[in-house]
Design a binder for this molecule. Structure first.
Ligand code: SAM
Length: 208
């Protein structure tokens, strides 16, 4: 489980404005990710998304503008305040201060898809199975995990942590089937990320 010290480090990063991962807008590969989630994994047109560790929620706001219902959470009050200042009025976007490891009853099996950019890659390896389990519980049968992952990072000690194809397979394949994966050009922010990739996985047990 994520320690209180690790959680407070995230809160401190936000309090000190050390948010070097923030791109100031939606991720450049968001459209590609969603198009392929629709094409290769039958993502419903008005899919309900859950996003953990949303930060300033730039991509989540765009997902909502595209007609999705999005619940975006972050444990940092400052993150949610920043997101609300920019996107508080976006219809369909719910911004909540909450811990991803504490699951509300109403979140259980409630979402068609998870959106993940820099959350799985923000957690140390030992927390990845707990994170995937927490996302799995929020997904409806046959729900999707849509990720923008860091394949190669230029830091000795994370975060961020790289999650390449082999590591994603290790943490996801027991419960999910890979529907789509592609390399994308590394976004300029954060500079320490050398390679990125996108992927769409479907929770096992239901075919579209
Ligand atoms: C690297 S940032 C990514 C933010 C955002 N997804 C983006 O792409 O800009 C990771 C975020 O996860 C949040 N976080 C860390 N642990 C969390 C937890 N247990 N529950 C909810 N949010 C968490 C941090 O506060 C931080 O905003």
């Amino acid at each position: 489980m994520q320690s209180p010290e690790e959680k407070s480090l995230w809160q401190k990063r936000w309090q000190k404005g050390q948010t070097g991962w923030d791109q100031g807008g939606a991720h450049p590969a968001l459209l590609q990710l969603i198009q392929h989630a629709k094409r290769e994994a039958a993502l419903p047109e008005a899919a309900r998304f859950f996003s953990a560790g949303c930060g300033a929620a730039h991509s989540e706001a765009v997902l909502a503008e595209w007609g999705h219902e999005v619940r975006a959470i972050d444990l940092s009050e400052e993150a949610i305040a920043a997101a609300k200042q920019m996107y508080g009025k976006v219809a369909g976007l719910e911004l909540v201060k909450s811990d991803l490891f504490e699951i509300e009853d109403r979140e259980l099996a409630a979402y068609d898809a998870i959106y993940d950019r820099a959350m799985l890659c923000a957690l140390p390896a030992e927390l990845r199975p707990d994170y995937i389990e927490a996302m799995k519980k929020r997904l409806k049968k046959g729900g999707l995990f849509c990720g923008i992952l860091f394949r190669l990072v230029d830091v000795e000690k994370g975060p961020p942590f790289a999650v390449d194809e082999a590591e994603a397979y290790r943490v996801l394949h027991r419960d999910f089937v890979l529907c789509y994966a592609a390399a994308i050009p590394a976004a300029p922010v954060p500079a320490v990320v050398r390679e990125e990739w996108i992927c769409v996985w479907r929770l096992r047990g239901v075919e579209p």
